[in-house]
Design a binder for this molecule. Structure first.
Ligand code: PAF
Length: 329
């Protein structure tokens, strides 16, 4: 074959390959699978709908989101793995399982770290929270914004928990999260890590006594159907992260990335607005459905019971980091 023809054919092959891989990445991204743990009428759904709504509008005809609410793509661990593998394009996840993937995230799961919602939002929206989002990249994930679930409270079927002593021996489902497991052990409970999709049936069957989640989750999952007692322990703030798959992200141009990022920020805000609203009425709803609610909890006593565990947290995440978070106004 003439050398010119050979090199022409070779360059055609390279061009075809480049085009093919560009279209492959893009074709996979046209319909975006967006997974999350709870129903569409939850704070997760609010985040997902606002994210999708803005992005579809900003990129007309380019992307459509297909929602997979209520753990339809599996538990949060599977969802995160799907993002890493590129089989799922987007997800909204709690930090429950996240610190198994991005270890530094565990710091925001420390109980009694944030004074209140305003404090948590200031930390996550400030330099610290934004640097934490950037760390996801090293672990094969792209994190765009921090949404919110609210402060977690304790529910169970055995006893109306008023003090640390009441926690003794309670079999409490916790997320698959070492920071939470250590805390519940220190409080005298028997922490049982479990993926969310298994929780309601485990409560029904009595294999666990209780669980802990924010009011937003309690109302969305109608936990009063399977739980008697609620104690407003507000023991830990629960953020959620708006994530995309690096494979998918890599196929987007800058304008498309900007549209996704803006959509994720709007989604995060929508989840916070939802939480603000549901926290106003959620406790009354729980009472209406027959739950006993302990509203006044000595949170300082719970925090004191964690003194030793706090030394472990400081060793793991650095005292300086804990102080910097505590000192954020
Ligand atoms: O407890 C959990 O696993 C999470 O808070 C939940 C319910 C999946 C919501 O993200």
């Amino acid at each position: 074959m003439h050398p010119f023809r050979r090199s022409f054919l070779a360059s055609c092959a390279v061009t075809a390959l480049t085009l093919a891989s560009a279209t492959t990445a893009w074709a996979a991204g046209k319909e975006i699978k967006l997974g999350y743990a709870l129903a569409q009428n939850s704070h997760f759904g609010a985040a997902a709908l606002a994210w999708a709504g803005h992005t579809e509008k900003a990129l007309p005809g380019v992307v459509t989101f297909k929602h997979f609410p209520s753990s339809a793509l599996g538990g949060e661990r599977e969802l995160i793995e799907g993002l890493q593998l590129g089989t799922v394009e987007a997800a909204v996840v709690s930090t429950g399982a996240l610190s198994n993937f991005v270890g530094d995230v565990g710091v925001v799961d420390i109980p009694f770290l944030f004074r209140d919602t305003a404090h948590a939002r200031a930390v996550l929206d400030g330099a610290f929270g934004q640097e934490l989002l950037a760390k996801f990249k090293q672990r094969g994930l792209i994190a765009l914004a921090w949404g919110e679930q609210g402060f977690r409270h304790l529910s169970n079927n055995k006893v109306s928990v008023k003090s640390v002593a009441d926690m003794k021996g309670l079999k409490i489902r916790v997320t698959e999260n070492p920071v939470h497991i250590a805390a519940f052990r220190a409080l005298g409970a028997s922490p049982t890590p479990m993926s969310w999709p298994e929780v309601v049936s485990a409560l029904q069957q009595g294999t666990i006594d209780g669980q802990e989640n924010p009011i937003s989750v309690l109302t969305s999952a109608k936990l009063w159907e399977v739980q008697k007692h609620l104690s407003l322990t507000a023991h830990v703030y629960a953020p959620m992260a708006m994530l995309v798959s690096p494979t998918f992200w890599g196929g987007l141009n800058d304008a498309q990335k900007a549209a996704f990022l803006e959509g994720a920020k709007l989604g995060a805000k929508a989840s916070r607005d939802f939480v603000d609203e549901v926290e106003q009425k959620g406790v009354a709803l729980a009472k209406q459905h027959g739950m006993t609610v302990v509203e006044q909890i000595d949170r300082a006593a719970f925090r004191t019971a964690l003194d030793k565990t706090y030394q472990d947290y400081a060793r793991k995440f650095g005292q300086k980091t804990l102080d910097a978070i505590a000192n954020t106004k």
